[in-house]
Ligand binder design. Structure first.
Ligand code: MD6
Ligand code: FE
Length: 213
């Protein structure tokens, strides 16, 4: 199937779900790259928030590190082990640029957050607002890829109390939000065990979010 033939579902103005954006070979390539990078010294770790709570996922930041204590981006993982962050593989950034194009956005990703959720993985309702004010103001999108088990993605509005939609994100789906949706609240509810394609990801769900600082 040609990329142009794939559907793009507008969830709200500026927010797009691209089911099946990644082919199975692309998912396999991304998964093995993330596993490889994740085994390096500056690989996966479990972030601890400023409240002292452990996040219910494993994380690896590429390009820049997201500090879970200060919510700032930095070149060394000062809240973890002080190691320098690994770069974003150019092939992955290109794929994210292509997804953004399908949603009529332009992004040059220089940050990639890789999240690995186990069966009890969760991500509370939040806004992505730690990038540069210019980036947020311009509505430059975040592009997300899902690989492995399906999750319940929760997508709300600009206020925490706005109504929310639940969207199932399957292995290979992309989700893009920018423009007027850039600061919408969102989170990850349940991860549905054993729902991913066999042999692509060891267990649970892998999520990649590409951002421009
Ligand atoms: C996740 N994603 O899907 C978490 N943020 O595991 C996010 O928090 C996210 O999917 C910004 C834009 C797209 C996302
Ligand atoms: Fe987010």
């Amino acid at each position: 199937m040609n990329q142009q033939d794939k559907q793009t579902t507008r969830v709200k103005e500026g927010a797009f779900h691209l089911p099946g954006f990644l082919s199975l070979p692309e998912q396999e390539r991304i998964a093995s790259l993330c596993l490889e990078l994740g085994k390096n010294a500056a690989g996966f770790y479990q972030p601890v928030l400023r409240s002292g709570a452990k996040m219910r996922l494993r994380m690896m930041c590429l390009g820049r590190h997201w500090n879970a204590k200060t919510y700032n981006y930095e070149l060394h993982r000062s809240d973890v082990d002080g190691l320098a962050v690994q770069p974003i593989p150019a092939t992955l950034a290109k794929l994210a640029e292509r997804a953004a194009t399908l949603a009529d956005f332009i992004v040059r990703p220089d940050i990639l957050l890789v999240n690995w959720y186990g069966k009890d993985g969760r991500l509370g309702l939040h806004q992505d607002k730690d990038e540069r004010p210019e980036t947020l103001q311009a509505g430059i999108p975040v592009v997300s890829f899902s690989i492995g088990d399906t999750c319940e993605f929760i997508f709300g509005g600009l206020s925490r109390s706005d109504p929310r939609k639940k969207i199932a994100l399957h292995s290979g789906d992309a989700f893009v939000f920018g423009g007027p949706a850039r600061l919408c609240f969102h989170g990850v509810g349940r991860v549905l065990p054993q729902t991913g394609p066999s042999g692509v990801w060891p267990s649970g769900r892998l999520n990649l979010t590409f951002r421009q600082f």
